[in-house]
Design a protein around this ligand. Structure first.
Ligand code: 13P
Ligand code: SF4
Length: 350
């Protein structure tokens, strides 16, 4: 990982940007040693000397400012294991944001996740380490698209994946995540549902319900790259491995896997079933993070990197925390409408 271009910055009295580069001192080494032991299987000593000063400084500043870091399961191991106060899938992060105590939330995830936190905790300051951390699903659909779809499908409830902008959520009847999509759909009396924008999640869910599911042409640029042929090749190479996939993968991929579920469900699957060997058909950091918690399982690591999630780095987290940078603002009128759709989702029992 090239950290040289990612140094934190400060503004000096002449208004020039100067770098703040925390150093690897003896104190930093001593104070972070226990954290290193936790991740030593996947982070080398050499990498640690780069990470540790940032980890030390972020954890110190978090305490000083009373901030918490909410991290998605796709964060890199040094973020997920060493600075996150709470980690989980999209549903867990939303549930946590709704009840959080602290005044400052740093969202170690992508922009729609930070927006969801802001909508659920409007009085809090929500910061994101990189404003450009987007999502191919969120950028596939606009509020105007939803208004047009509503005309095209009158009286059909619109279930919107949380991987969307606040404006899109505001036009929707209810939100869902990959964890609760089936329960959300079954919570409606209607025989037809419009599920947007992820065509693959919608098709995977359609196989589990008697309702007619209409969908939209969005997809995750990370999960759509997996193919049934690649899964068959993994099976051939590692016949003893259990293969588990995220439901954003195309249905023909999910069909040839042994299990499919949200990032939390995938993680729980490994913890509960303790397979000797597992292949995770999802974003790259998942295997690293789940392997830390399950040292006895062997991980085969074919994966695709989410370029948006990978914009979040330790130097950017420190920069955002030190300088209170990149505040996520949601128009209050939009937030109010979007909150209705998110609250309805949170009220559905899974
Ligand atoms: P989860 O809700 O399963 O964590 O998924 C979020 C996501 O962006 C997966 O690509
Ligand atoms: Fe969006 Fe896919 Fe990245 Fe998740 S993995 S944030 S769905 S682009």
């Amino acid at each position: 990982m090239n950290y040289a271009s990612l140094k934190t910055t400060d503004i000096d009295i002449n208004n020039n940007e100067k770098e703040f580069i925390p150093e690897y001192t003896k104190e930093v080494a001593r104070e972070t040693e226990d954290l290193y032991k936790k991740v030593s299987k996947i982070i080398t000593r050499a990498e640690w000397t780069e990470f540790a000063p940032y980890i030390y400084e972020i954890n110190r500043l978090k305490k000083e400012k009373g901030a918490v870091i909410l991290a998605h399961n796709y964060m890199t191991a040094e973020i997920f294991n060493c600075v996150a106060d709470f980690s989980g899938d999209s549903l867990q992060l939303a549930q946590e944001a709704a009840k959080i105590d602290s005044d400052i939330i740093i969202q170690a995830g992508v922009h729609f996740m930070a927006e969801t936190s802001k909508i659920l905790s409007p009085e809090k300051t929500v910061l994101i380490p990189d404003m450009e951390a987007g999502c191919s699903l969120a950028s596939s659909i606009t509020a105007e698209d939803v208004r047009l779809l509503r005309k095209q499908y009158p009286n059909v409830p619109i279930v919107t994946y949380v991987n969307t902008s606040a404006e899109v959520k505001a036009e929707s009847d209810i939100c869902c995540t990959s964890s609760n999509a089936l329960a959300v759909i079954e919570s409606f009396d209607s025989d037809e549902i419009l599920m947007i924008p992820d065509q693959y999640l919608a098709k995977n869910i359609a196989k589990q319900t008697n309702k007619k599911i209409h969908t939209y042409a969005g997809s995750c640029e990370v999960h759509e790259q997996f193919t049934p042929e690649s899964i068959k090749a993994f099976r051939k190479a590692w016949p003893d491995a259990v293969i588990i996939a995220h439901p954003e993968c195309p249905p023909e991929v999910v069909e040839v896997c042994d299990f499919s579920g949200s990032t939390k469900a995938m993680s729980d699957y490994v913890a509960n079933n303790k397979p000797a060997r597992v292949v995770m058909i999802t974003e790259c950091s998942m295997s690293d993070n789940v392997s830390v918690q399950n040292p006895d399982t062997e991980f085969v690591r074919p994966c695709n990197m989410c370029p948006h999630m990978k914009r979040i780095t330790l130097p950017k987290i420190l920069d955002c925390l030190r300088n209170m940078k990149n505040e996520v603002i949601v128009d209050p009128a939009v937030a109010k409408q979007a909150k209705v759709a998110i609250d309805r989702m949170l009220a559905v029992k899974v």
